[in-house]
Design a protein around this ligand. Structure first.
Ligand code: ITT
Length: 386
């Protein structure tokens, strides 16, 4: 298993390798794979930006046939948030006063901004959000904070960036006066990386694969479910997928089959329970708008999603799932695969089986294997035809 870390910063790579060395057999900087693609950081939060970077590189690798099935693409976004400056420079830390402005000038300016602030008014922290984007579509985040006060004078030679002005009262030093080892032990990035390490170990254990080792041969699932959406009458891909997957117990179609329900049920075969949901293009159809389905130990809300504004974000859908006691929310409509746990709800979109809109434009669907304990195992899948 490889971790590909999206950074140019050599110091970060040293830290990442030291902390994650037991999780993956290879930890590689994206430049070592010859990737010079730079996703644009248009997010409004550290988490949005770290995700834009990780997912952007994952999609790039997928589109250039560089992605291996068990790759994890990771990136972080960090910065200094100063309370007195309403959280600035925050996500703009690297760009504050201009990318090429020296940190002597940036640091002097922040100290000047706080010339009337005293004591706790000088509170500030570094934040770091790390995002791990799995090749199969799953996304995980871990966050770390490093709190202190803005110093009245810059001090210290270690570290970089804003380290000389973050004063740590309990050490009586600035962050730049700590040795690299001391800083890594308490820093935002160190904390976020250690949290990410724990998270990955748990996820990989659950996946049946421990760090760097081969996955145990997967047991026969108790029940297999195929989830697809937005076929829009282009059914040859549905047929190809069902042939490729073989026997399934349940087929879920999350809308916009546009009248092909009968044909799709036929492709699925006798004895397969098919659930079709009404999409925004299923005019004059009597399909249910939504459906609540018990799967293993869990309860899923099935919807096309357009009523919940899923093209913007999935927050309304998550609210609705929680209100209904569902811990899974499935939707379609956006034609983009999505798989994430948000506020305890597993939110998923299989993408479109016929008209994909994600960067690499591969038709996609999702397999859910239900094990004998009623636990669910999700696999985002793609069809290599267009
Ligand atoms: P990559 O995006 O290539 O990883 P970067 O150095 O720009 O490298 P970030 O986006 O994570 O990394 O950090 C943005 C800025 O936040 C960075 O340029 C510093 O000004 C500041 N910063 C982040 N972590 C810091 C730390 O540990 N010490 C001092 N300044 C830090």
């Amino acid at each position: 298993m490889r971790i590909i870390f999206a950074t140019h910063n050599k110091n970060k790579m040293i830290e990442v390798r030291a902390i994650l060395k037991d999780v993956a057999s290879e930890i590689i900087a994206k430049s070592e794979l010859g990737i010079d693609f730079e996703p644009v950081e248009t997010g409004k939060t550290f988490a949005q930006n770290s995700e834009l970077k990780a997912v952007g590189i994952r999609n790039y690798m997928q589109a250039h046939d560089m992605l291996q099935d068990d790759d994890i693409i990771m990136s972080d976004d960090s910065g200094l948030c100063v309370n007195y400056m309403l959280g600035l420079p925050g996500i703009y830390s690297a760009r504050y006063l201009g990318e090429d402005t020296s940190y002597d000038i940036k640091n002097a300016r922040i100290i000047h901004e706080l010339r009337h602030a005293e004591g706790e008014e000088r509170a500030a922290h570094f934040t770091c959000d790390i995002c791990a984007a799995f090749a199969d579509g799953r996304i995980f985040h871990a966050e770390g904070l490093f709190e202190g006060l803005i110093a009245k004078e810059p001090s210290g030679e270690h570290g970089f960036g804003y380290d000389p002005i973050l004063y740590l009262p309990e050490y009586g030093k600035t962050s730049a006066e700590l040795s690299p080892e001391e800083k890594n032990a308490i820093s935002h990035r160190g904390k976020a990386l250690r949290k990410m390490k724990e998270l990955l170990e748990k996820v990989l254990r659950e996946d049946g694969a421990s760090a760097g080792k081969e996955a145990a041969p997967s047991e026969q699932p108790f029940q297999r479910i195929i989830v697809m959406s937005d076929s829009h009458q282009r059914d040859e891909n549905v047929k190809a997928v069902l042939q490729k997957v073989g026997m399934v117990d349940i087929l879920i179609h999350l809308g916009d089959a546009e009248g092909s329900e009968g044909r799709i049920s036929q492709y699925a075969g006798d004895g397969v329970h098919c659930y079709f949901i009404l999409g925004n293009n299923d005019f004059f159809s009597k399909l249910p708008k939504e459906y609540e389905l018990k799967i293993g130990k869990h309860k899923a809300l099935l919807t096309h999603g357009h009523y919940y504004g899923v093209s913007m974000d999935v927050e309304n859908l998550v609210d609705e799932a929680i209100a209904r006691g569902c811990d899974i929310a499935m939707y379609g409509h956006t034609h983009k695969p999505f798989l994430r746990v948000i506020r305890g709800v597993t939110v998923l979109n299989p993408g479109s089986i016929s008209f994909p809109r994600q960067v690499d434009h591969r038709p996609s669907y999702l397999i859910i294997d239900v094990d004998a304990e009623g636990e669910l195992h999700y696999k985002q899948q793609y069809l290599d035809r267009y």
